[in-house]
Design a protein around this ligand. Structure first.
Ligand code: UDP
Ligand code: MG
Length: 341
């Protein structure tokens, strides 16, 4: 049976907050009075998260499915892995740390009922540290200027997508991406609504500064070649100005003879230009690196197990027939490898 709503939640070492999440999520979804499924995707957690997800699956097997990835693939790849497993007409993504209140899901559903196939969100009173908010504003502005993606608040992962958008996303095979932006490119009726935002309920942010920078490069390189164009144009301009300088110096050489003044100015100009060159090389590198990862065609993520009601038991020689539904919950060594994408 196809549920009306699939809720996708990526989990990476969230043992401290999961109990509270379950406590608030299920009543919020029950209150919708619509058929739903929750698809948790464990992104290679090293703590008790998988065990807790399994317990929750056993409590509510009718509406819970758990995708377990073999190792950490990153939040956006984890969400894509879960998308492949969703069946709902509407798919809603949510963070596990309760920064996106589950009680807001109803508002996304209403927007989709009204005809939207993509519901973006803008966080009212964002609860994050100062530098994250400032960096986010800057990145939002750069992206607005360089891509055709119109997302006011790119960081909020509480979003709704219609099945038609999810089907299109499921056909993409890129190795580095940013789910809301990717989905946006397939949306025909995107809308944005304002939602509440809370403090992280427990545990710490899973994003270090380094991972955040990487993620923003994914967004930049994945949806635009504007940075490359900027460097080729800036490079041409600098070359032109340099040419004028060379001609000017040449004339002075002929008219006034050799001069040594301004040596340090020349150094300064040279250092600046070397800096610009290295930065340009770096930008090219960001693209080349991703092309390299893409052409290797390695799996983007590996699904170790899927816990779902009525899952077929893997054939085990000499082993007792496992309980239906708990097939995938067998110890890792007995499990047949899951589908690899
Ligand atoms: N997450 C994930 N894989 C990762 C990092 C994060 O699945 O490699 C999940 C994490 O468990 C959470 C969501 O992505 O549900 C958002 O992460 P977090 O709250 O740490 O990010 P922030 O709110 O600081 O941007
Ligand atoms: Mg968070």
């Amino acid at each position: 049976m196809t549920p009306d709503i699939s809720v996708v939640i990526p989990i990476y070492n969230e043992e401290e907050g999961l109990a509270l999440l379950f406590e608030r999520l299920y009543p919020a979804l029950d209150a919708l009075r619509r058929s739903y499924e929750v698809v948790f995707v464990d992104d290679g957690s090293a703590d008790r998260s998988v065990a807790m997800l399994r317990e929750q699956f056993q409590k509510r097997p009718d509406v819970t499915r758990v995708v377990v990835l073999a190792r950490n693939a990153g939040q956006h790849m984890a969400i894509l892995a879960a998308f492949q497993q969703t069946r709902g007409t509407y798919v809603i993504t949510l963070d596990a740390d309760l920064q996106n209140p589950p009680e807001e899901i109803v508002r996304l559903v209403q927007a989709m009922d009204a005809g939207a196939d993509y519901v973006g969100t803008i966080r009212l009173l964002r609860h994050d540290v100062m530098w994250r908010k400032a960096a986010s504003r800057l990145m939002n502005r750069i992206r607005e200027g360089t891509t055709s993606i119109r997302i006011t608040d790119q960081g909020c992962m509480l979003r709704g997508y219609h099945r038609s958008v999810i089907d299109a996303v499921n056909h993409c095979t890129e190795v580095s991406t940013y789910v809301p932006a990717l989905a946006y490119t397939f949306a025909r009726h995107p809308v944005e609504i304002e939602v509440a935002h809370g403090n992280r309920a427990a545990g710490q942010s899973k994003y270090s500064l380094y991972r955040l920078i990487r993620l923003n490069f994914d967004l930049m390189t994945g949806f635009s070649v504007a940075p490359l164009q900027f460097f080729s144009m800036a490079g041409s301009l600098i070359a032109l100005v340099s040419l004028v300088l060379v001609v000017w110096l040449l004339i002075r050489r002929i008219v006034f003879g050799p001069e040594v003044e301004g040596l340090f100015t020349l150094f300064a100009i040279a250092f600046f230009l070397i800096g610009v060159t290295l930065m340009g090389l770096g930008v090219v590198g960001e693209y080349v690196g991703r092309i390299y990862e893409q052409v290797r065609q390695r799996p983007r993520y590996t699904v170790a197990a899927v816990l779902e009601e009525g899952a077929a038991a893997p054939p085990l020689l000499g082993a007792p027939t496992p309980e239906p539904g708990l097939a995938a919950a067998l110890p890792r060594t007995q499990r047949t490898p899951g589908p690899v994408e």
